[in-house]
Design a protein around this ligand. Structure first.
Ligand code: GFB
Length: 313
């Protein structure tokens, strides 16, 4: 991957895309193509076609997607399935037809069956029913994987697929309703501490288990795969260990320094009981994550504090 290759990072304002751009810049890549959604609506096929015709990116990292936590997925199923199918179909097809050399598609660990054996390896795809709270998003992402595989088989297009576990880090969405658990709890604990409240509400029972990977590790893995990997087989990207939501809440409580109680709101869904990826394929290729959960959450909290004071100032 030469330093002056024309690389299009789709979704560069999001958690994943922004981390990939930071990583590319650190590695000295100077020819990164970026478009905000206001400048280029990836759901619009004609606009995507025009962009690829004009810019002819050599490499494409498809990190643009409509994403959200359990509540957002459950509340806006039509938006999740439509926007994601449109974005990925337009970008993968234009990339192939307009001369892109290689494309990386980002999926999600929720594409695997709700009760898949743990840790979940890539071969459990389509072996059982999905988790109902996010099946719309999962179906779109599965279609993206299948589209990459079909374009490789029929057209020999070098499209590869990475399946990240639950991600967190700087630039995440910290909305209280629509975000994922880790940023939501960081904000809830922080605000409860600021306001001198004596409890924080945690959704569900606290027993589901999730694996969390810092987005800077993900970005490193994505560039590793772009350089080293070419196959139709998806590759899981994860940390290798999971925690319960209760353990995560305790960790965040400690990092934020909140002395009140936790209250579990069991009217909210738990979702999949456990999501831990088997990352042996990526480890066998020679890649390892570096940022432990405690360190990553502490750094993300520092980022949130700096961001809040920037917004105030
Ligand atoms: O992170 P999260 O929204 O997504 O929720 P999923 C994980 C777990 O944390 C669930 C609990 O059991 C939630 O009930 N939880 C506790 C909370 N407190 C909170 C809170 O304040 N906010 C949130 N959001 N959760 C998503 C999928 O599933 O994961 C997406 O819906 C995607 O499709 C993403 O795959 C990675 O891990 O359950």
């Amino acid at each position: 991957m030469s330093k002056d290759a024309r690389i299009f990072v789709a979704g560069h304002r999001g958690l994943v895309g922004s981390a990939i751009v930071r990583r590319l810049q650190v590695e000295g890549h100077g020819n990164i193509l970026l478009r905000s959604s206001a400048d280029l609506d990836l759901r619009n096929q004609a606009a995507v076609e025009r962009f690829f015709t004009q810019e002819r990116p050599e490499l494409v990292i498809l990190a643009a997607a409509k994403v959200g936590g359990i509540h957002a997925n459950n509340t806006y199923p039509a938006d999740f399935i439509r926007d994601n199918l449109q974005i990925q179909t337009n970008v993968i097809d234009a990339a192939y037809r307009l001369g892109t050399r290689k494309l990386l598609f980002l999926g999600s660990s929720c594409i695997y069956p709700k009760y898949a054996p743990q840790p979940m390896n890539e071969d459990c795809l389509l072996t059982g029913p999905l988790e109902p709270t996010n099946e719309w998003y999962a179906i779109a992402k599965i279609a993206g994987v299948k589209m990459c595989q079909a374009y490789r088989r029929q057209y020999q297009f070098d499209a590869i697929c990475a399946m990240p576990t639950n991600l967190y880090g700087p630039g995440d969405n910290f909305d209280l309703n629509n975000s994922h658990v880790l940023p939501a709890l960081l904000r809830k604990f922080h605000e409860s501490k600021q306001q001198g409240l004596d409890e924080v509400v945690v959704w569900g029972t606290g027993t589901p288990r999730r694996e969390f990977l810092h987005v800077d590790d993900l970005a490193d893995a994505c560039l590793f795969l772009l350089r080293e990997y070419s196959s139709d087989h998806p590759v899981n990207i994860g940390w290798g260990e999971d925690v319960s939501i209760l353990e995560l809440a305790r960790l965040i409580q400690e990092i934020v320094g909140f002395s009140g109680q936790l209250r579990f709101d069991t009217s909210k869904p738990d979702g999949t009981p456990r999501k831990l990826l088997d990352t042996s394929r990526l480890r066998d290729l020679g890649w390892r994550p570096k940022i432990p959960l405690r360190e990553g959450v502490a750094a993300t909290y520092r980022w949130l504090l700096a961001h809040l004071s920037e917004r105030r100032g």
